[in-house]
Design a protein around this ligand. Structure first.
Ligand SMILES: Cc1cc2nc3c(=O)[nH]c(=O)nc-3n(C[C@H](O)[C@H](O)[C@H](O)COP(=O)(O)OP(=O)(O)OC[C@H]3O[C@@H](n4cnc5c(N)ncnc54)[C@H](O)[C@@H]3O)c2cc1C
Length: 503
């Protein structure tokens, strides 16, 4: 056997060349899994740093996670790192947040969700008759769904519709409430509006509207209320750095500032990837960059599995209006994660999914990681990340941004009874046009594809091209979907499939 052949179980993998396009979580994870199996892996990334939507922005001693800030489903990270005989604790320090998050309903009017489930149950009892036992029942079904989904639905490829609508999965599908809607499902348990919002807000993590999301996703309440909200010291950026170092330790080569322009396909086989930094021969290509953009830009129409008209019919996830603020003082009213739920919150969901427009009285999220991490802001200062989910494809002008900034920040000042605008030392607004410019994001979306029933599992865009034999797609557009853990899991599915094809 030639010396560059590596034994993998019964099979052999040569040092075949795999080119990964994009160094988001999906691309980083796929690259490392393939390198471990013996592929010669090169990652071509458009931007100057890894992480994709999870990049880091530093200014004047403030360190901002630009995208994700909730570290959820720790088990998914453990499973990924176990592939390399590592634990997350070998690579970064995690702590469980307590309180996990604060929910504001109006000025000075808030509830804290803590890491002690018993106390959350008491809180539910204080607001709803039998709230304790109702939450217990709700979480029991969420745990059943989570366990079943992790064992049978999530870590797998769906090649044919019969994989999805198999008798086994259909029978499970009913007990998993795949065919019910989350909003009516939650309302079957609870009538208190405040509690309903606590059980539904997690749909925003999935880029979805609770009225149009399968009740299967009540698993998200198991994820936050039972499994907990975690924080890697120095932020999500520390996880990106750990994954980058791990990839490099397996020999993955990274080319930053290397925007890909074309995949050269001959007779249905990808041969070469052309980037602004040169061309790269490939035996396999894994695309992590946004699916709609990548197919349209890199491939001739005959090689596109999903032509542009396919995406027009899809429910695109929200974009985000984000403000990164460095404050030269501390705020007393915030904890690490804070959510404001507007009284009429379905009006906000309608402005995203039904009648796209800038929401007038939005719900929003404020992360203040300097509450628990002294490395993300200078001493005596506060690091704020404010996010309003908004419809993708909206006009995003300078005037609108400033207007919106004023509206949201003055609302937050009212909520906290503290001034903010007079103490801002760093201010950066990030929205549609930045998502488009930085990530080639379709309609400037932040969260890829929403999780409707017909955009779940088998119905999500495929990991493997139907038109090009050695071309794969990884990341949040594909199964299992949106979020850092999901993007990492998609890489495990892709690596398995590619390995089956490549050996
Ligand atoms: C504001 C925000 C908040 C979020 N909050 C959370 C959270 O709290 N918790 C959570 O789990 N998830 C959260 N998410 C979702 C999560 O960040 C994403 O689902 C996940 O990071 C997607 O990873 P990915 O690898 O699929 O894609 P991406 O991160 O988008 O990576 C794709 C990569 O491809 C690169 N690329 C694009 N075009 C090209 C090209 N032509 N050539 C080369 N490279 C290219 C991009 O630069 C990028 O690096 C959030 C997302 C956003 C935007």
């Amino acid at each position: 056997m030639p010396s560059n052949y590596i034994l993998v179980g019964e099979r052999t993998v040569s040092g075949k060349k795999a080119v990964v396009i994009g160094a988001g979580f999906g691309g980083l994870a796929a690259a490392t899994l393939l390198a471990k199996k013996g592929f010669d892996v090169t990652v071509l990334e458009k931007n100057e740093q890894a992480g994709g939507r999870a990049r880091v922005y530093c200014e004047k001693g403030f360190v901002f996670d630009m995208g994700p800030s909730w570290y959820l489903m720790p088990e998914a990270f453990e499973k990924f790192f176990a592939e390399f005989d590592k634990k997350p604790s070998d690579l970064y320090r995690l702590k469980r947040l307590d309180p996990m998050y604060r929910v504001f309903y109006g000025p000075g009017d808030y509830l804290d969700i803590v890491s002690d489930l018993g106390r959350n149950m008491e809180l539910f009892s204080s607001l709803e008759k039998d709230g304790y036992s109702k939450l217990k029942g709700y979480l029991a079904q969420a745990k059943y769904k989570y366990d079943t989904a992790m064992e049978e639905f999530i870590y797998r490829e769906y090649k044919s519709i019969f994989d999805f609508f198999s008798p086994k999965l259909i029978s499970k599908g009913f007990s998993l409430h795949l065919f019910d809607r989350l909003d009516s499902f939650v309302k079957g348990f609870f009538s208190n509006e405040r509690l309903i919002k606590i059980l539904e807000y997690t749909m925003v993590f999935l880029g979805s509207d609770p009225r149009n999301t399968p009740a299967l996703y009540s698993i998200m309440s198991h994820v936050d209320l039972k499994l907990g909200v975690w924080y890697p010291e120095e932020g999500i950026g520390a996880v990106v750095s750990a994954m980058l170092s791990l990839a490099e330790s397996y020999g993955v080569k990274f080319c930053f500032n290397s925007e890909v322009e074309k995949i050269v396909v001959e007779k249905g086989v990808a041969r070469e990837v052309l980037s602004k930094k040169g061309s790269f021969e490939a035996d396999f290509v894994v695309v992590n960059s946004d699916y709609p953009f990548s197919e349209a830009r890199f491939l001739e129409p005959k090689y596109q599995t999903y032509p542009p008209k396919y995406w027009k019919k899809k429910v695109i996830g929200p974009s985000a209006f984000i403000i990164y603020i460095g404050l030269n003082k501390r705020l007393s009213g915030l904890v690490h994660h804070n959510l404001f739920f507007a009284p009429d919150w379905f009006k906000h969901f309608d402005s995203i999914f039904k009648k796209p427009e800038w929401p007038e009285d939005p719900s929003y999220y404020v992360s203040c990681p300097s509450k628990t991490d002294s490395t993300v802001a200078p001493e005596g200062c506060e690091n704020l990340f404010i996010l309003v989910p908004v419809a993708s494809g909206l006009e995003d002008s300078d005037e609108k941004r400033e207007d919106y900034y004023d509206g949201v920040v003055s609302h937050l000042e009212g909520l906290l009874g503290e001034t903010i605008r007079d103490s801002v030392v760093v201010k950066r607004i990030y929205s549609h046009r930045d998502f488009y410019r930085d990530y080639n994001s379709y309609q400037g979306n932040a969260l890829g594809l929403a999780h409707t029933l017909f955009q779940t599992a088998y119905f999500r865009p495929k990991h493997k091209s139907r038109k090009v034999r050695n071309l794969y797609y990884v990341g949040h557009y594909t199964h299992p979907g949106v979020g850092v853990p999901m993007s990492i899991i998609s890489s495990q599915i892709v690596a398995d499939e590619l390995l089956k094809d490549g050996t």
